[in-house]
Ligand binder design. Structure first.
Ligand SMILES: Nc1ncnc2c1ncn2[C@@H]1O[C@H](COP(=O)(O)OP(=O)(O)OP(=O)(O)O)[C@@H](O)[C@H]1O
Length: 448
């Protein structure tokens, strides 16, 4: 992880873990610099933490790099959750600082508990062994020296040495899944297995090794049976007839990952792909992925199926209104212009033909064929649900929680709905019955 004499830049938030990290590294003789990001998200609390970090470093004669960032703005621009945006900003700053200063390694203070929380979070979301292995101790220049230490041990160390640190109050709020896992789920699980943290952590290591092995084997096997061509991937099933089904499943994931960043699918979907018979195809809505079997060659394609079916959009959202509702369609052949004039200042809504669509990411496209009742653009309401391809009915609340959208932001998101059905959540999902395809006669385009 770290060799004697290497210089280290520690990500220092001021919290217990990173304070212990900085102290521990110094105590065993490493030359440490620190970097702190003020995400600008927690007002005075964030300024307090920044001051704490700066004072701590001054007192201990540590070089400290600080950056104030507008993470909210960055998240909006990049269409990311604030958590993801914060992470991007943090790591870019760490790399940038380490490069400028010629620092060898970047240390962050993830603990054993963080790793276990990640495994459990991924398990809940249906991850396979790759997602259950937890947080990597070393990932390129990033090292995690405290990964084998539990949170209790870290706190004990700080208490023993009488070291002060700051506490992020938002860690105790249970709105986000991550905190719910930490503050509620793990505590309940520990009632059944008091050494849960160690058990899951050690198990994660074994799963990680198994996963590394199978991934390596899959990569080697892919050399003889996978072809990437014009943004499509082809997997020759005849060449892997004798492989174990686990290898076949990993090959399906491998192929999808060649064309989709951060691809994850349910075990059920991967099974269906492996067992796809000739002439059949399956779709994965949230990625717009089609897998078809043409004479025992699996073909992986994004966005357009053979019949040009599109399954979902992924564009971001904005919108200034809280508590809004606009009727955009009255169920008949209406004078769209009249209605749209009223709302076009807020939303860009129009009918388009399939051929006019060039970029499925820049707007939501909804097929409203067969709908003869009024359609509204409105904000979310309690109990709203949408029927998502391959997933089934999903609460909007759960979609927003999964995507880590703050409750405040959720009210600004546009929902397209009739009186009793959600057709789309702009920027997040199109209901499975409202995907557009070449046959669609009435396609609503909504830019929010
Ligand atoms: N504001 C910050 N400034 C500097 N370093 C930070 C800051 N926040 C977090 N870090 C560093 O990143 C580590 C992980 O932080 P945290 O667990 O909050 O992030 P995460 O989003 O769960 O993890 P990751 O950033 O690896 O995805 C901390 O222990 C610390 O070393």
């Amino acid at each position: 992880m770290l060799s004697g004499g290497e210089s280290v830049l520690a990500g220092f938030s001021g919290g217990a873990d990173s304070t212990a990290l900085v102290c521990a590294l110094m105590s065993i003789g490493f030359k440490v610099c620190t970097a702190h990001i003020n995400h600008g998200l927690r007002g005075a609390d964030a300024d307090f933490d920044m001051n704490f970090v700066q004072n701590f470093c001054t007192k201990n004669n540590i070089k400290c790099f600080v950056k104030k960032a507008d993470v909210k703005k960055y998240a909006k621009e990049k269409r990311l959750s604030c958590e993801e945006a914060g992470r991007n900003v943090r790591y870019s700053y760490f790399y940038e600082t380490a490069d400028i200063c010629g620092i060898d390694k970047i240390a962050v203070a993830h603990s054993k508990n963080d790793s276990v929380e990640t495994s459990i979070f991924n398990f809940i979301r249906g991850a396979s062994s790759g997602g259950l292995k937890g947080i990597l101790p070393v990932n390129g220049r990033i090292v995690r020296p405290l990964i084998e230490c539990s949170r209790d041990e870290i706190e004990e160390y700080l208490r023993d040495k009488n070291i002060e640190f700051v506490t992020d109050k938002t860690n105790f709020e249970n709105e986000y899944s991550r905190n719910k896992i930490r503050n509620i789920i793990i505590k309940e699980m520990q009632k059944i297995n008091p050494s849960l943290i160690n058990t899951v952590f050690e198990n994660g290591k074994i799963l990680g090794e198994e996963n590394d092995f199978i991934c390596e084997y899959t990569k080697k096997t892919a050399e003889k049976c996978v072809v990437y061509q014009n943004s499509e991937v082809f997997l020759d099933l005849n060449k892997i007839k004798n492989e174990h089904v686990t290898v076949k499943k990993h090959l399906v994931i491998f192929c999808a990952q060649l064309i989709i960043n951060d691809f994850h699918a349910s075990a059920k979907f991967i099974n269906s792909a492996v067992n796809l018979t000739r002439g059949k195809k399956i779709y994965l809505g949230n990625y717009g992925l089609t897998i078809s079997n043409n004479y025992d060659i699996l073909r992986f394609k994004v966005n357009f199926a053979d019949d040009n079916t599109v399954f979902a959009d992924k564009n971001g959202i904005s919108g200034e209104n809280k508590g809004f509702e606009y009727r955009i369609f009255d169920g008949n052949d209406i004078n769209l212009q009249k209605i749209f004039d009223e709302i076009n200042t807020k939303f860009d809504v129009s009918f388009v033909s399939f051929d006019e669509i060039t970029d499925f990411n820049s707007a939501s496209y909804i097929c409203i064929d067969g709908i003869d009742e009024p359609i509204y653009i409105r904000n979310r309401r309690n109990g709203d649900k949408i029927s998502v391809a391959n997933v089934g009915t999903k609460k909007l609340k759960d979609i927003f929680i999964d995507r880590k959208i703050n409750p405040d932001e959720r009210d600004k998101i546009s929902v397209v709905a009739t009186d009793d059905k959600i057709l789309a959540v702009c920027g997040f999902a199109v209901g499975k019955d409202f995907f557009v395809n070449r046959e669609s006669k009435r396609i609503l385009m909504i830019k929010t």
